[in-house]
Design a protein around this ligand. Structure first.
Ligand code: HAS
Ligand code: HEM
Length: 554
C-alpha cells in the first residue's frame, strides 16, 4: 500500500475519532438532562439542542461517512490488489474535511441547532447546509474511482466471482449515491435558498419526504460496512468458515433493492402523504429486514461451525468455545457484542415498521432505544474495532492496553442494553424523545413533574454512564496505540474468511445491472405516488405556510 493511500486512510480515521470525543460527551449529557440530573437549558455554554445536534451529526453522520470511505479504500486495495487514485482520494478527503469543518463551526457557534435531521422550519446557518452538501459530495468521488478499479479487475479476471467484500462495498456506495441525490436536492434547492433569505418559505412536507428518501437508506449505509466485516472476517476470527458465500451475495443485493423505497415509514404520522403509500412502504420495510434474517442464520451457522471445530459439543456447548476474550482477536469481541445488540435492535425495528404499532412508539423514547441497539450497536462497535485495527496495522503499532481493549465491547454492550431498556420502557409510558426533560417532566419543582418516569430515565442514565466509561477506555486504547512506541510489522492486513459452501459462480449474482434495474423500478413504484401526494397536498396549489405561524398564509 502506497504512502499516499495510507495517509488518506489514517486521516479519515483520525479526524472522526477525534471529533467523537465531543459526540460522546454530549451523549452523556443527554442522559443526564433526560434523567433530571441537570435542570438547565445549557451546560458549559452549550445549549441542550446544540448538544443533541452535535451528538447526532458527529456520531451518526461524520464518523460513519468518513469510516465508510476509509474502509472502502482499504477493502479495494486489499481484495482487488489495486489502489484507488491519488488525486481522487485527496480531493474527496479535502471536500469531506472542509464540509465537516463548516458544519462544525455552525453547530459550535450555536447557529445550527437543527438536529441531525435538520427538519424545516428549524433553520440553520447556510454554512451548515453547504458543509453537509460538501461532505456528501466528497464521499461520492471514491465510488466512481472504485467502479473503475472493479471494471479493470473484472477484465483481468474473467469467470471469477467478485470478492464478497468488494461486492458489499460497491452495493453500499451505490445505495448511498442514489439516496443522497434526494438530500442534495433538498439542501441545495429547498433549504439553502431559504436559509440565505432568497426564498421566503419552504415546503416542509416535501423537505421531510426528500430527507427520508435519504434517511432510511442512510442507516443501511451505516450497517453494510459492518456486514462486510461479519461475512468476510468474523468467521475467520472465530476460527471457522463462512457457512455460505452465496447467501452473503444474495443479502447484499436485497439491500440494494429495498434500502431506499422505505423512507415513508418515518412519516406514518405526517399529513400530506396518503395511506396507500404508507402501507406500501410499511410492507417494503419487511422486505429490507429479510437480508438481516438471512445474515442472522448464516452467521449463527458459521459461528457454530467454528465453535465445534474448537472442540465444543452439545446443543449450545460450542458457544463457550468461541474466542470472546482473546487479546489477539479483539475484533471478534467487538463484532459479537454488536451482533448480540442487533437481535433486540432489529426486532424493535420490526415493531416500528408495523404501521399501526408505529403510532404507539413514534416520537417517544422507544426510538432512541431502538437505534442505540443498531447504529450504536453493531455499526459503532464494528467502526471502533476496525479503526483500531487499521491504525495498528497501517502504522505498525502494537495495540495499547490489550487487556482493557478486550473488555471495552462488553462494557459497551451491557451499557447499551441497560440504556435502551430504560428508554424503551419509558417510551411505552409515553416519555417523549428530543425533550429537555430536566427542565420540566423530571424536575420536581415543575408543575409538569412526572414521577412515574423517574425509574426509567434513571435506568437509562445508568446505562449511559457505563457507555461513557467504555468510550473513555476506548479513546485511551485508540490514541495510546496511535502514539505507541512499541512496534510490529506495518502493512494492510485483514482476517480473511473462506467459505464452507463455496457455491459455483451464478451470473445473476456476479453483475450489478439487473439488480439496478429492479432497484429503480421499486423506487419508482414506492416513491412516485408518495411524491405526487406531497405535491398535490402541500405544493404550489396549497396555501403557503409561514414559519412561526401555525395558520395557512391565506
Ligand atoms: Fe431503524 C427509526 C425500522 C434497522 C437506525 N432506525 C430509526 C432511527 C434510526 C434507525 C437512527 O419502520 C431514528 C430516525 C430518527 O431520528 O427519527 N429499522 C427498522 C427496521 C430495521 C431497522 C425494520 N434502524 C435499523 C438499522 C439502523 C437503524 C440497521 C442503524 C444502523 N427504524 C425503523 C422504523 C423507524 C426507524 C420504522 C421509524 C420509526 C418512527 O416512527 O420514527 C431492520 O433493518 C432490522 C432488521 C434486523 C434484524 C436483526 C437480525 C439480527 C442479526 C444478529 C444475529 C446475531 C448473531 C449472534 C449471529 C432482523 C443479524 C449470535 C450470538 C452468539 C453468541 C452465537
Ligand atoms: C440521541 C445517549 C452514543 C447516535 C441520544 C440521546 C441520548 C443519547 C440520551 C437523546 C435521546 C432523546 O432525548 O431523544 C448516548 C450515550 C452515548 C451515545 C450516553 C454513549 C456514551 C451514541 C453513538 C451513536 C449515537 C455511538 C451513533 C454512532 C445517536 C443519534 C441520536 C442520539 C443519531 C439522535 C439525535 C436526535 O434525535 O437528533 N443519544 N448516545 N449515540 N444518539 Fe446517542
Amino acid at each position: 500500500i502506497s504512502r499516499s493511500l495510507k495517509s488518506i486512510i489514517l486521516i479519515e480515521l483520525l479526524v472522526p475519532v477525534t471529533l467523537l470525543v465531543i459526540g460522546i460527551y454530549h451523549g452523556l449529557m443527554q442522559t443526564l438532562y433526560r434523567a433530571g440530573m441537570i435542570h438547565r437549558a445549557s451546560t458549559a455554554r452549550l445549549d441542550y439542542y446544540q448538544g443533541l445536534t452535535l451528538h447526532g451529526v458527529i456520531n451518526a453522520i461524520v464518523l460513519t461517512t468518513f469510516f465508510a470511505v476509509a474502509f472502502g479504500h482499504a477493502t479495494m486495495a486489499f481484495f482487488l490488489k489495486k489502489e484507488p487514485g491519488r488525486r481522487a482520494g485527496w480531493t474527496s478527503l479535502a471536500m469531506m474535511t472542509g464540509g465537516t469543518l463548516m458544519a462544525a463551526w455552525a453547530m459550535l457557534s450555536g447557529k445550527a441547532s437543527v438536529l441531525y435531521t435538520f427538519y424545516p422550519p428549524l433553520k440553520a446557518h447556510p454554512l451548515f447546509y453547504l458543509g453537509t452538501a460538501l461532505l456528501i459530495a466528497g464521499s461520492w468521488i471514491p465510488l466512481f474511482d472504485w467502479l473503475y478499479l472493479y471494471k479493470k479487475w473484472k477484465r483481468e479476471n474473467p469467470g471469477r466471482k467478485i470478492p464478497l467484500a468488494v461486492l458489499g462495498t460497491l452495493v453500499n456506495f451505490i445505495i448511498w449515491f442514489v439516496c443522497t441525490l434526494a438530500v442534495a436536492y433538498e439542501v441545495l434547492v429547498l433549504l439553502l435558498p431559504w436559509a440565505l433569505g432568497w426564498a421566503p418559505t419552504v415546503n416542509v412536507t416535501l423537505s421531510r419526504t426528500l430527507f427520508w428518501f435519504f434517511g432510511h437508506a442512510l442507516v443501511y449505509f451505516w450497517l453494510l460496512p459492518a456486514y462486510v466485516m461479519f461475512y468476510t472476517m468474523l468467521p475467520a476470527l472465530a476460527g471457522g468458515k463462512l457457512y455460505s458465500d452465496m447467501v452473503g451475495r444474495i443479502a447484499f443485493f436485497i439491500f440494494l433493492l429495498f434500502s431506499v423505497p422505505v423512507g415513508v415509514h418515518h412519516q406514518f404520522s405526517d399529513p400530506g402523504i396518503g395511506g396507500s403509500s404508507k402501507l406500501t412502504q410499511s410492507l417494503l420495510t419487511f422486505g429490507v429486514a429479510v437480508p438481516s434474517f438471512l445474515t442472522a442464520f448464516t452467521l449463527s451457522a458459521s459461528l457454530e461451525y467454528a465453535g465445534r471445530k474448537r472442540g465444543g459439543s452439545g446443543l449450545f456447548g460450542w458457544i463457550g468455545k468461541l474466542p470472546f476474550f482473546d487479546k489477539d482477536r479483539y475484533l471478534f469481541g467487538y463484532m459479537i457484542c454488536g451482533l448480540i445488540l442487533f437481535i433486540p435492535g432489529g426486532l424493535t425495528g420490526i415493531v416500528n415498521a408495523s404501521y399501526s404499532l408505529n403510532g404507539v412508539v413514534h416520537n417517544t423514547a422507544w426510538l432512541p432505544g431502538h437505534f442505540h441497539m443498531t447504529v450504536a450497536g453493531p455499526v459503532f462497535l464494528a467502526i471502533l474495532s476496525m479503526s483500531l485495527h487499521l491504525i495498528s496495522v497501517l502504522k505498525g503499532k502494537k495495540v495499547f492496553l490489550p487487556a482493557i481493549n478486550t473488555i471495552v465491547p462488553y462494557l459497551w454492550m451491557i451499557g447499551v442494553l441497560i440504556f435502551s431498556t430504560g428508554l424503551m420502557w419509558g417510551g411505552l409510558m409515553g416519555e417523549p424523545r428530543r425533550t429537555n426533560m430536566g427542565l420540566t417532566y423530571l424536575n420536581p419543582k415543575s408543575s409538569l413533574f412526572h414521577p412515574q418516569w423517574v425509574p426509567s430515565t434513571t435506568l437509562a442514565a445508568a446505562g449511559g454512564i457505563l457507555m461513557f466509561v467504555a468510550s473513555v477506555l476506548y479513546f485511551i486504547v485508540f490514541f495510546g496505540t496511535f502514539f505507541n512506541r512499541r512496534r510490529t510489522v506495518a502493512g494492510l492486513t485483514f482476517p480473511e474468511s473462506r467459505a464452507y459452501h463455496d457455491e459455483p459462480l451464478v451470473p445473476l449474482l456476479n453483475s450489478f445491472r439487473p439488480w439496478l434495474v429492479v432497484m429503480l423500478f421499486i423506487i419508482a413504484v414506492a416513491y412516485i405516488p408518495a411524491l405526487m401526494d406531497v405535491i398535490r397536498y402541500t405544493g404550489p396549489g396549497a396555501p403557503p405556510h409561514l414559519p412561526g405561524n401555525p395558520l395557512p398564509g391565506r
